[in-house]
Design a protein around this ligand. Structure first.
Ligand SMILES: [Mg+2]
Length: 311
């Protein structure tokens, strides 16, 4: 585990460095508070720090204040190294956000035990953050396809429309539905059907730009949100998705399954005043047209402008 030592006394600093290295820590050393604060803000900064109280540039207590105010996550465990003996000083140090303190001179074994406690806190914190990330993923993503789920893709659409309104930009929406998907499930079984949904979502993800969004709207229906994308641009995206989906069979345990997709496109204009419901409805109507006109095709909303509430 990486550890920061900030100590202006060069003899003590090299002693600590040597000892901590011998205990298996990956030591980063600094000779003053300014340098220590820089290191703590850097990418992959140590999450365990031993800070001397009295140092040039910035003292240990000031660094504690700054870490707690500006670097809340992931947690940095701080041990203050102090010659201060007065209770009120030590209390001030702990109130500044230090987790522990060691008075100089200290016994090596004591430091070892204190560090073990700190390491344990850091490890628990890492586990907690990982668990929270998993929960966040589960709450916002569809488990089968890894695309955004229904609630999240609608939230994203609202968010992108609000942004577009502020910036005078377009938002394109594609509603995409697999053709005759029930037959896939009936013929090959639901496992193969799931594999098809997963593969189709992957193909869609591979075609979009880094700032676009693919969501599973429900069953075999997907929604794509394309920021800064006019109707023409959204329509071109839809056509590429269609070609990619029907261009190659999906390889499943039940064999090669051919699949096609119908897509409906709509986009907001630069005038603004759009709401998500109208846009989804326009894309949905186009999708319905695509189904009606023979499937495996893209249809574009005739004139989304007529749907603008101010017209
Ligand atoms: Mg000092």
């Amino acid at each position: 585990m990486k550890i920061l030592i900030a100590e202006d006394d060069s003899l003590l600093r090299s002693l600590l460095e040597e000892q901590l290295t011998a205990w298996g820590y990956d030591v980063v050393a600094s000779r003053d508070g300014g340098e220590a604060w820089q290191i703590l803000q850097s990418k992959d900064a140590p999450k365990l720090a031993i800070l001397d109280w009295m140092m040039p540039e910035m003292d240990g207590v000031s660094i504690c204040h700054k870490v707690r105010a500006e670097l809340p996550e992931p947690y940095t465990y701080i041990i203050l190294l102090t010659a201060q003996q007065r209770d009120e000083d030590l209390i001030a140090g702990m109130e500044a956000g230090a987790d522990d303190y060691i008075s100089k001179p200290f016994k090596h074994n004591e430091l070892k035990v204190r560090l073990r406690a700190g390491r344990r806190i850091i490890e628990l914190q890492n586990e907690l953050l990982a668990a929270r990330e998993i929960l966040r993923q589960k709450a916002s993503h569809d488990a089968l396809t890894r695309a955004w789920n229904h609630e999240e893709i609608l939230r994203i659409l609202h968010q992108e429309l609000a942004r577009a309104e502020r910036e005078g930009e377009y938002v394109g929406v594609i509603m995409a539905d697999l053709d005759h998907f029930k037959q896939v499930n009936d013929t090959y079984g639901h496992m193969a059907g799931d594999a098809v949904l997963h593969a189709v979502a992957q193909r869609m993800q591979s075609l979009i730009r880094p700032y676009d969004y693919v969501g599973r709207y429900g069953g075999e229906e997907f929604m794509v949100v394309l920021p800064e994308c006019c109707q023409e641009c959204a329509s071109a995206f839809a056509e590429r998705i269609r070609q990619s989906v029907c261009g190659q069979c999906v390889d499943t345990s039940e064999g090669q399954i051919p699949i096609t997709m119908s897509l409906g496109v709509a986009a907001s204009d630069r005038v603004g005043g759009w709401n998500a419901q109208d846009l989804v409805k326009a894309a949905d109507t186009s999708l319905y047209q695509a189904k009606k006109n023979g499937r495996n095709r893209v249809e574009v909303a005739v004139s989304t402008a007529v749907l603008a509430p101010n017209d």
